[in-house]
Ligand binder design. Structure first.
Ligand code: ADP
Length: 381
């Protein structure tokens, strides 16, 4: 039998209820204070993309006070851009609609209230209600000015050192060349000539490495001019293949370009930069071989972009290494074992050059069977 409620028990329940509410309020206040004081910028938005919480660090990073932004649209106030000042979006709609977490891999520049920029990394995580319905999103902003500055100094250091090394290396190259070429007037033994030629080759490799390092530091610091124009990439492929003929022949590799004699739509890119990408990918395809093979180059034209595929039958890349391939200085174990020479900078440079030109690069590979490098370029309108 349920106990009959007396006015007394009714009162107790109510007060307990009130007490519980007070407890929740206190807890909410506590959370609010904690969120407000976190050392990362924290911004909470509702499903309409309006700011409902803006903590102190977010104020410090952006230069806006919470009163100025709360209840306003996050996307209308906050803008981000790349190193090359290309406008990009926070893309909060993808998070609010699909409920997927978005994170930046690299830093990006946030436009502050005073018009200056600050390098940041951010993440946008959906807030789920009862584990399913999306109630909003929480955006965290991290000021990475210090890391950015250290990185800039490192690039500058590499750039200065590389510049300083280039001059003596060019001098050595010139002296060795003169000694090798003038051996009729100035007789040297075959053994001496052999040594000189080896010294010349080593010097050449150092020049290539220094040029790669200089390239990287220029690209990383954004000091590179990118001049996109409408071009036919097949022409670039043809000329790179022609240049590479002797190297390919020496490695027993036949290059088969399936579209080089055809007309493909123009792309909108910097020709010099894309030439470098093609050179790097083809020379890798020729370098990492296991014997007689064919390097096949294919194309797929899509409405907005063109996809190129460079497929080799070489040593392949272990699956565990495939993700790190585009990092600077990374070389897979099987490549080190078969090809002692290499800096591990080529693919990193390719990735950066393509990003500058609105393209992407990725790889599919099986050890012992071969690799296919894919890259895309935006079509010219
Ligand atoms: P490098 O060739 O100087 O080592 P890259 O940046 O061009 O530098 O390449 C990085 C690494 O990616 C190579 O060391 C090798 O492990 C792997 N790689 C690149 N291209 C190929 C390929 N076609 N086949 C197998 N491995 C490759």
């Amino acid at each position: 039998m349920p106990k009959k409620q007396t006015p007394h028990s009714q009162k107790t329940k109510l007060s307990r209820h009130r007490h519980k509410h007070r407890h929740v309020d206190a807890l909410e206040n506590e959370f609010h204070t904690v969120l407000k004081s976190i050392a990362d910028g924290v911004v909470v938005i509702n499903t309409d993309g309006e700011v409902i919480l803006f903590n102190q660090t977010a104020e410090k990073i952006t230069g806006y006070q919470s009163e100025e932004v709360e209840e306003s649209s996050f996307e209308e106030i906050f803008h981000v851009q790349t190193e090359g000042r290309q406008k990009v979006s926070f893309d909060i709609h993808a998070v609010l609609q699909n409920g997927e977490l978005t994170e930046t891999a690299d830093h990006i520049f946030l436009l502050k209230k005073d018009g200056s920029t600050v390098p940041i990394t951010y993440s946008i995580a959906p807030i789920h209600h009862n584990g399913s319905k999306i109630r909003g999103a929480v955006i965290t902003l991290r000021d990475v000015s210090r890391e950015y500055e250290i990185n800039r100094m490192k690039s500058e250091f590499v750039s200065i050192v590389s510049h300083q090394l280039r001059t003596p290396l060019s001098a050595i190259k010139w002296f060795l060349e003169t000694l090798i070429e003038n051996h009729q007037n100035d007789p040297i033994s075959d053994r001496q000539r052999d040594y000189l030629e080896q010294a010349f080759q080593s010097n050449e490799r150092m020049i290539i490495l220094i040029n790669d390092l200089l390239n990287v530091s220029r690209l990383e610091s954004g000091r590179v001019r990118n001049d996109p124009t409408s071009i036919d990439v097949a022409t670039i492929f043809r000329s790179v293949i022609q240049e590479m003929e002797i190297f390919a022949h020496a490695n027993n590799v036949t290059i088969d370009c399936t579209f080089c004699e055809k007309t493909i739509p123009d792309v909108y890119v910097d020709p010099g930069k894309i030439r470098q990408v093609i050179q790097n990918l083809l020379s890798n395809g020729v370098k990492y071989t296991r014997g007689k093979e064919t390097l096949r180059i294919e194309v797929e034209v899509r409405p907005k972009e063109i996809e190129f595929r460079i497929q080799d039958q070489g040593i392949g890349i272990p699956e565990s290494d495939q993700q790190r391939l585009f990092e600077p200085f990374f070389r897979a174990e099987n490549a080190i074992a078969t090809q002692a020479e290499g800096s591990g900078l080529g693919l990193y440079i390719c990735k950066m050059l393509l990003e500058f030109n609105g393209g992407r690069i990725w790889v599919e590979s099986t050890v012992g069977k071969g690799s296919t490098f894919f890259f895309t370029l935006p079509r010219a309108n």
